[in-house]
Design a protein around this ligand. Structure first.
Ligand code: SF4
Ligand code: SF4
Length: 474
């Protein structure tokens, strides 16, 4: 391995900043944390009982999302959600670059909180740099130890909360804390604790720079109209470069008279950057478009009395004085594809049948001859009631003239809310009524209670032994 292929991480100590983008990021962070940590505790009235509003019940193979119950067979909706997420990402990236990374990505949100904890315990950027360089003392041990303990606390909360989405939250939380939880709950919690601690606490920007695939391919979605965080080099550098506001160089007019740009080379934009880059060097793949350098520079511009916007969201076209084009064919294409998939998903959820049926033929034996001469096939029928109420159904058969359906005297089948009912159905047929040794027919389940859903059919096969079929044909 060449020496250049590996470089040890250079620690980054981001400085705090105030401004409109920082406020927006904090608001999104509070909302995201609120939703993530509180959602498992939210109760929801469903099917006459109160349960967890959002629950991924793997054992029952039901996912509960408020009033929507997703069954294992509805899992193709997940594909719809993933396609929507992908098109949304493409659409937003085409217009506004890596704003997902800067504002919404879990890695950014969690790393932001970990930096906040670090700042709370160890102080502002300079204090943290001094502490890192200082020899190990009791006080340094205390501060570094407290930081890591708090990080582990947040990481454990994150891991445990993730596990709570997969079982009854209050019960599982008590089980985990008392050592009585099942092994998968501990494994999930510990795995998420470890990965959160490492990624948000230790690796931080390295996850975005080296591990995230999106960081690598998002460049192909950029064009000259895509918004990126950019430094206005023409304004910042002038013709004579940037310069500190030394004596005689504090007024803008005086600076301009000497060809000096508006950048006072304070370095604040670099100090606040969570990935440790200098935006004045142009667009770099490490930039997550978080806009904290915009806040930093705006603060400096306000202090100096220069106009804001030296660092701003801009595009290649905008930087050369042209107007941005948001309605570009590619963006319109993404938007149309996004709307089409969303409409299909909403339609699929809104019009899904509230009853489901499976009828499997019993194969041992496939067919028996009854004492009255008829041939009988048996089927295991399962009816799934997806509604929040008890529903009565009638089972019948169609497409097999002369056949009799025997459900053991069960004329009406009752299925509990979000539950299923299973029964054995016998189909009996005179050999003379059979037209082939394998005849297709349908089981039909008809809901009887209002609001009445459409009847549902399940195709099945009736088997008549060829020898009996041949004898009856003579
Ligand atoms: S350069 Fe600016 S926008 Fe990019 S990551 Fe750094 S602070 Fe955020
Ligand atoms: S914050 Fe603004 S003025 Fe200060 S170094 Fe950065 S670009 Fe220049």
């Amino acid at each position: 391995m060449s020496a250049d292929a590996y470089q040890a991480r250079i620690p980054i100590y981001p400085r705090s900043v105030k401004g409109r983008f920082r406020t927006l990021k904090t608001a999104i962070l509070v909302l995201a944390y609120g939703v993530y940590f509180l959602l498992p505790w939210l109760r929801w009235e469903r099917a006459g009982t109160t349960g967890q509003a959002v629950l991924f019940d793997l054992q029952a193979r039901h996912f509960y999302l408020f009033d929507l119950v997703v069954y294992a067979q509805d899992i193709f909706w997940l594909a719809g959600f993933l396609v929507i997420a992908a098109f949304l990402l493409f659409f937003v990236t085409g217009i506004a670059g890596r704003v997902f990374c800067g504002y919404f990505c879990f890695q950014t949100l969690w790393a932001d909180v970990f930096v906040f904890i670090e700042r709370l315990v160890q102080g502002e950027r300079n204090a943290r740099i001094r502490l890192a360089a200082a020899p190990w003392t009791g006080q340094k041990l205390l501060k570094i130890g407290a930081t890591h303990l708090l990080w582990l606390g947040v990481a454990f909360g994150t891991g445990l909360t993730f596990a709570l989405y997969w079982a009854d939250a209050p019960e599982l939380a008590v089980q985990v804390l008392t050592g009585a939880a099942p092994f998968p709950a501990y494994a999930t919690t510990l795995f998420l604790t470890a990965t959160t601690y490492v990624m948000a606490g230790l690796a931080r920007e390295q996850v975005c720079t080296y591990m995230c695939p999106y960081a690598r391919f998002q460049g192909v979605m950029f064009d000259e109209d895509t918004l990126v965080v950019a430094y206005d080099a023409a304004r910042g550098e002038g013709t004579a470069g940037r310069r500190k506001p030394t004596k005689g160089m504090t007024e803008r007019e005086a600076r301009q008279a000497q060809g000096v740009g508006d950048c006072i080379d304070c370095g604040y934009c670099v100090q606040v950057c969570p990935v440790g880059i200098d935006i004045r060097n142009g667009l770099q793949y490490q930039c997550i478009s978080c806009a904290l350098c915009i806040d930093a520079c705006d603060t400096v511009m306000d202090t100096t009395g220069f106009p804001r916007g030296l660092v701003a969201y801009s595009s290649e076209r905008h930087l050369i004085g042209k107007k941005n084009r948001y309605l570009r064919p590619r963006n319109i294409g993404y938007a149309l594809a996004l709307l089409a998939v969303m409409a299909a998903l909403v339609w699929s959820i809104a019009t899904r049948n509230q009853v489901e049926m499976v009828a499997r033929q019993v194969r041992q034996p496939l067919s028996v001859t009854l004492s009255d001469g008829r041939e009988q096939n048996r089927y295991e029928v399962k009816i799934n009631n997806k509604t929040n109420r008890t529903v009565r159904y009638r089972l019948s058969i169609a497409g097999l003239p002369g056949a009799e359906l025997d459900t053991g005297g069960l004329s009406v089948i009752e299925a509990p809310p979000q539950g299923n009912v299973q029964l054995v159905a016998r189909v009996k047929l005179e050999p003379r009524d059979a037209t082939a040794s394998r005849q297709l027919f349908e089981f039909v389940v008809t809901p009887l209670d209002t609001p009445v859903d459409e009847p549902l059919a399940w195709e099945s096969v009736f088997y008549m032994p060829p020898a009996r079929l041949a004898r009856s044909a003579r």
